[in-house]
Design a protein around this ligand. Structure first.
Ligand code: PXP
Length: 248
């Protein structure tokens, strides 16, 4: 029996629209409340170094507004570490923000930054925060995550999402193989980036995946149909891709 796939909703782009006018509408906290109401499993928010969408004060407000676990996406910096330790989100997903921190596919270069990442992963873990590394679906990066003792990896689905035809099939196989490799080594695999109604189901069908994090497309759809219907439709598609699961 396949486990139910969790849906984390990334609400960053509600804040992008808010910040376009510098005020407080639309409020990402209201989005988090709607996600909680309609069966989302988590809220994902990226506090970027340049604060282009989520702001520092949003984190505590999101945490206060819902009981859903907060997955804080953060760069591997002292500043972000200090913020994470202060807010103690359920999970922290380490993401690359600078070009030199990325692998060719766009994920975190965990393999090339072991010495820098090791103490950071330790300090977050010691504080009870579940650490995830946002990596390309690449064997070298999974091995690096193992050495870093990260309990979770989030596989970057951007290459898959942008590919077409045979190339997409090859990217999907890479995701499936790396999800299996991570799970075999005791690491919980998640996935995200660029997922849409059209491309989510083959990824959702990968049995080892425990969670998908989806943002831009859902917030975009919400403009036309509302956030709740958008989240519910994504949930339905994910469940349909795993026929042995029931939501709830
Ligand atoms: N997962 C991670 C680690 C991300 O940084 C992002 C945002 O880029 C997402 C998931 C969601 O991606 P998208 O907004 O393309 O759905």
């Amino acid at each position: 029996m396949t486990r139910r796939l969790r849906l984390g909703v990334n609400i960053d782009h509600v804040a992008t629209i808010r910040n376009a006018r510098g005020g407080d509408h639309p409020d990402p906290v209201r989005a988090a409340e709607i996600v909680a109401r309609c069966g989302g499993d988590g809220i994902t928010a990226h506090l970027r170094e340049d604060r282009r969408h989520i702001r520092d004060e949003d984190l505590a407000r999101i945490q206060a507004a819902t009981d859903l676990p907060l997955n804080l996406e953060m760069a591997a910096t002292e500043e972000m570490l200090e913020i994470a330790l202060r807010h103690k989100p359920h999970a922290a997903c380490i993401v690359p923000e600078r070009r030199e921190e990325r692998t060719t596919e766009g994920g975190l270069d965990a393999a090339g930054q072991h010495n820098r990442l090791y103490p950071l992963v330790q300090r977050l873990s010691d504080a009870g925060i579940r650490v995830s590394l946002f990596i390309a679906p690449d064997e070298r990066q999974i091995e690096a995550a193992l050495l870093l003792k990260a309990p979770v990896v989030e596989l970057h689905t951007g290459e898959y999402a942008h590919a077409v035809g045979e190339e997409r099939a090859a990217e999907l196989k890479r995701l499936a193989d790396m999800a299996a490799l991570a799970a075999k080594n005791g690491i919980e695999p998640h996935a995200g980036h660029g997922l849409t109604y059209e491309n989510v189901q083959p990824v959702a069908a990968i049995p080892q995946l425990a969670e998908l994090n989806i943002g831009h497309y859902l917030i975009g759809e919400a403009i036309f149909c509302g956030l709740e219907p958008a989240v519910l439709k994504m949930r339905e598609l994910m469940d349909a891709a795993r026929p042995s699961t029931s939501s709830g």
